[in-house]
Design a protein around this ligand. Structure first.
Ligand SMILES: Nc1ncnc2c1ncn2[C@@H]1O[C@H](COP(=O)(O)OP(=O)(O)OP(=O)(O)O)[C@@H](O)[C@H]1O
Length: 251
């Protein structure tokens, strides 16, 4: 469902010169799988997810999403994905219902299907008690739910979440993770970025540890801890980052 082959992105930064945000990464994600990109700030996670969602173009390599090339067929890719960035961007003067309805129309869902789809989503995500609250009056948790609702309104087969629990309190974060798990149970192909080890352990079928734009290791949590002789994913993560930094310092 997602096929990424030697994907790279170079930015030219006024101060720093060329920045290799993504350095030839390759991976695949299957339907019914949750794939995590685990990395520190600036690792390249957002850049990778932005390329997959057609917001950015790669400087090298190829990515296919739902069978469509992100550069050659961006409209097709957009029709088959739901992308939730960590900036919820909720409109102050619209209610949750209106916002999700608006996105449903943007995706071209026929009117007669749209209302039943909204009813279903508002029930599943337990949003009925605030369906008529304006964006300006919503709590962070409410906003995050609206954001998820509009990401999934067109029932896309591929879901891309950029740090979906960032800045949320524990209860809301838990609800978001439960929603992601239920989307996997429906057979969705899910990729999400995080720097929270526990989320990876709880949710991901496979994970790629990413730092300085490179994938340092990839596999199930069990495979990675075994291969690197560490007790848990946190130790694997710090070991790999330390090793790369030592290697770079010696060059
Ligand atoms: N538009 C841009 N112009 C120049 N450099 C950029 C641009 N976007 C990202 N970068 C740089 O690319 C690198 C990777 O950034 P990216 O946002 O992908 O990391 P990240 O893993 O998502 O981290 P974070 O969790 O901080 O968002 C960083 O060094 C960042 O400063």
């Amino acid at each position: 469902m997602i096929h990424v082959d030697a994907l790279a992105k170079e930015f030219s930064d006024m101060k720093r010169g060329p920045v290799y945000a993504l350095d030839h990464v390759s991976f695949d994600v299957r339907p019914g799988e949750i794939f995590g990109l685990l990395g520190p700030n600036g690792a390249g996670k957002t850049t990778c997810l932005r390329i997959l969602s057609t917001v950015l173009k790669p400087t090298h390599g190829r990515a296919l999403v739902a069978g469509y090339d992100v550069v050659r067929h961006p409209e097709q890719v957009r029709a088959h994905i739901g992308f939730m960035s960590n900036n919820t961007g909720i409109y102050d003067r619209m209610t949750g219902w209106e916002m999700v309805e608006y996105y449903g129309r943007l995706y071209g869902i026929p009117e007669e299907q749209l209302q039943s789809r909204l009813t279903e989503i508002f029930q599943t995500l337990q949003m009925n008690d605030f369906r008529d609250v304006l964006g300006s009056k919503m709590s962070t948790g409410m906003k995050q739910k609206v954001s998820i609702a509009r990401t999934i309104v067109h029932d896309p087969p591929v879901l891309i979440f950029d740090e979906p629990t960032s800045g949320l309190d524990v209860l809301v974060a838990r609800a978001v993770l439960e929603t992601i798990a239920s989307l996997k149970a429906k057979g969705k192909c899910i990729i999400f970025s995080t720097h929270i080890m526990r989320e990876v352990e709880k949710l991901c079928d496979r994970v790629a540890i990413i730092h300085r734009g490179r994938i340092l290791a990839m596999g199930t949590v069990e495979e990675l801890t075994r291969a690197h002789g560490q007790p848990d994913i946190e130790e694997v993560f710090f070991k790999l980052i330390r090793d790369l930094e030592t290697e770079l310092a010696e060059i």
